[in-house]
Design a binder for this molecule. Structure first.
Ligand SMILES: Nc1ncnc2c1ncn2[C@@H]1O[C@H](COP(=O)(O)OP(=O)(O)OP(=O)(O)O)[C@@H](O)[C@H]1O
Length: 251
């Protein structure tokens, strides 16, 4: 059983955006525990990435709060968040392409004061493909391998909350499956994984639960398996029915 101090991620009434007074997400509530994989899904422009960025401290929060294991982390910048056990894998520019795999991992270890040798060893064990490409330039890796490297760089700080922004973006279906397929293994080691994904079906397949956003607000939340077969979810995606922005339902 989780210790009392480990109450996971709690997002309460979070309102945030890019311009003061013009929120993109409003009154978002979300909670998750260690070991869970939770997806944030919804139509284009729903505010999914904005929510992740607000949790990761990349955006100004207008109101509401974010806490992790009872520590208030609202607005703490990503480089400081690693001290609270939180790591973000951004969608773009998440590796240094001109540097080797080894140099990328070393840099990640240095950034969080981890022992480079130990950190690199454990990442190569977790991602054997990175061992094969250890001295290759990161830019020469395939899309899936680059994502493995980006995730490995985040894991070097031994986070207990991993935030992933569209980890399968731009990947072939096979590579996307490989990248998403490694997440349950990471979650089993007590890590909470929160991800934004466009690839809804693949994301729900590896997730325990999901939150559906539309128009910057919570719309639905539920078990991934129930959402996968929910006709209303299809309606939201296909725009057949305009969603009522304020009602949140559990399925
Ligand atoms: N840097 C920015 N500055 C101003 N507005 C932005 C910025 N980034 C996103 N937005 C706006 O915020 C809204 C939500 O965008 P966001 O990227 O969070 O949506 P999303 O649900 O992740 O969409 P998608 O699935 O298309 O990536 C959009 O209207 C977008 O134009």
């Amino acid at each position: 059983m989780a210790a009392e101090s480990e109450n996971g991620l709690q997002v309460q009434q979070l309102t945030a955006g890019y311009v003061k007074g013009m929120p993109i997400i409003s009154d978002i509530n979300l909670s998750m525990q260690h070991g869970e994989i939770v997806s944030i899904i919804g139509p284009n422009g729903a505010g999914k990435s904005t929510l992740l960025k607000a949790i990761a401290g990349l955006l100004r929060v207008e109101s509401g709060s974010v806490s992790f294991d009872n520590r208030l982390i609202t607005g703490i910048r990503p480089d400081k968040l690693s001290q609270s056990g939180v790591a973000l894998v951004p969608q773009l520019d998440n590796i240094f392409r001109t540097m080797s795999v080894q140099q990328n991992l070393r840099l990640a270890a240095r950034r969080c004061n981890a022992n480079p040798r130990q950190a690199i060893e454990s990442m190569l064990e977790l991602f054997p493909v990175l061992a094969e490409k250890f001295n290759a330039r990161a830019g020469s890796l395939s899309g899936g391998q680059r994502q493995f490297l980006a995730v490995a760089m985040a894991l070097v700080s031994s986070p207990t909350l991993l935030l992933l922004d569209e980890p399968s973006a731009g990947l072939s279906p096979k590579a996307a499956q490989e990248v998403l397929g490694m997440l349950p293994g990471i979650a089993r080691s007590h890590v909470a994984i929160l991800m934004v994904e466009q690839n809804v079906k693949a994301a729900l397949t590896v997730s325990d639960r999901a939150y559906v956003l539309a128009e910057g607000r919570n719309q639905y939340e539920g078990e991934a398996s129930s959402l996968m077969n929910d006709p209303v979810l299809g309606e939201i995606y296909m725009g057949v029915r305009r969603v009522e922005a304020h009602a949140t339902k559990s399925v």
